[in-house]
Design a protein around this ligand. Structure first.
Ligand code: G3I
Length: 344
């Protein structure tokens, strides 16, 4: 591992990285611990990850590995994600006979009960195993709902037509936050402490105007109803053509609301073929983006990159989207983030 200035020492907010258990040992772990002070489970805290094949609740072994890694190394954990339309077992939305739940009162109540059980089981599992309510609690936040905003402008409420929505309508979002607030509060309250788990809503393309307007309108409705949403996440899966000003504008757009914000899943593929010139251009992009993030540090709970090394990224086929290469070497993107020297 190169003897470089740790990224985390150069930024005014925690700097996170999405990982799975592969990054908890060897050179990957050395690199991670040098540069980052927070982790997100890339997949192993998603709804389906908490259930075995028979649908029985249990923490995924990799989720446990990540939590233990965080405890051992004094890292913060950003939970991802309690409620999503994707990576959720089909039985969530079915009755005992395996038929789709409808919208009768009984079916709606069945889904509310399932949501309640799911969120409480996760909170209880984490609190029992990792002393969430004492010193050294690694879990600082959770994405409560992910990607609930529609990609199109077709619906007055701006919400994605998911199974959650089909059965419960907008109510599922309120309930998810209220249950998460209760689930993480009950045990904290018992320990005489406030809930230290910040509750986030999270979405992509929030740097684009239509999605952003729909996103903000929802957050405003939630706040008006007293729903305990604490934070607004911007995934920022962007590319070199996205103006930096759009990232700044997205953060500014929510500045008048009583919420914190975060950059939750940052990555910037170069396009292919990946050339030296594109990697340098990417370095400038990371430099300018992180200058904007630092300028808005007061609004940001953390900034997270969506993967440690290029080959491990979900967008690797779009061209080297991350900060370190597969040999664990710093790319120009690293020098951009720390505002160091970049080639002309
Ligand atoms: O683990 C299985 C493996 O056993 C199997 O052989 C293999 C075959 O396809 O699949 C593996 O699962 C894959 C999983 O990643 C773990 O690698 C899934 O197919 C694959 O779909 C899954 O992709 C993840 C994706 O979410 C799923 O929607 C990506 O890693 C992950 O980076 C991505 O993350 C999302 C965020 O949660 C939400 N925001 C967007 C972001 C990017 O899509």
């Amino acid at each position: 591992i190169e003897d470089l200035t740790p990224i985390k020492d150069t930024q005014p907010y925690p700097v996170g990285v999405a990982i799975d258990s592969r990054e908890t040992s060897g050179s990957a772990s050395d690199l991670l611990l040098r540069h980052f002070d927070q982790i997100t489970a890339e997949n192993h805290m998603k709804p389906e990850a908490w259930y075995d094949e028979a649908g029985v609740f249990r923490a995924h072994p990799d989720a446990d590995a990540l939590m233990q890694f965080a405890v051992d190394n004094d890292l913060r954990v950003y939970g991802h994600v309690l409620v999503w339309h994707s990576q959720t077992p089909a039985w969530f939305f079915q009755n005992d006979a395996g038929e789709p739940l409808g919208t009768t009162d009984a079916d709606k109540q069945a889904l509310r009960d399932r949501l309640h059980e799911h969120i409480f089981a996760i909170a209880e599992d984490l609190s029992t195993k990792y002393g969430l309510f004492g010193d050294g609690n690694p879990l600082v936040a959770f994405d409560v709902v992910n990607e609930v905003i529609s990609d199109s402008a077709d619906f007055a409420d701006g919400l994605r037509r998911s199974e959650w929505y089909r059965i419960l309508g907008e109510e599922f979002i309120d309930l998810a936050f209220r249950y998460a607030d209760e689930a993480f509060n009950q045990t904290y309250a018992a320990a005489g402490a406030d809930r230290p788990v910040t509750l986030f809503i999270n979405d992509y393309n929030t740097e684009q105007s239509g999605k952003q307007l729909r996103y903000k309108a929802l957050v405003e409705r939630l706040l008006a109803r007293g729903v305990p949403v604490d934070g607004v996440g911007h995934q920022f899966h962007v590319n070199l053509a996205m103006p930096i000003s759009a990232l700044e504008q997205a953060i500014t757009a929510f500045g008048d609301l009583p919420v914190t914000q975060a950059v939750t899943e940052f990555d910037v593929p170069t396009g292919t073929p990946v050339t030296e010139a594109l990697l340098v251009e990417q370095g400038y992009y990371f430099r300018d983006a992180f200058r904007v993030f630092r300028a808005h540090a007061e609004d940001l709970f953390h900034v997270t990159v969506w993967g440690l090394t290029d080959g491990r990224s979900w967008r690797s086929s779009n061209g080297a989207p991350l900060v370190f290469d597969d040999g664990y070497q710093a790319k120009p993107a690293y020098h951009g983030i720390v505002d160091g020297e970049l080639p002309e």
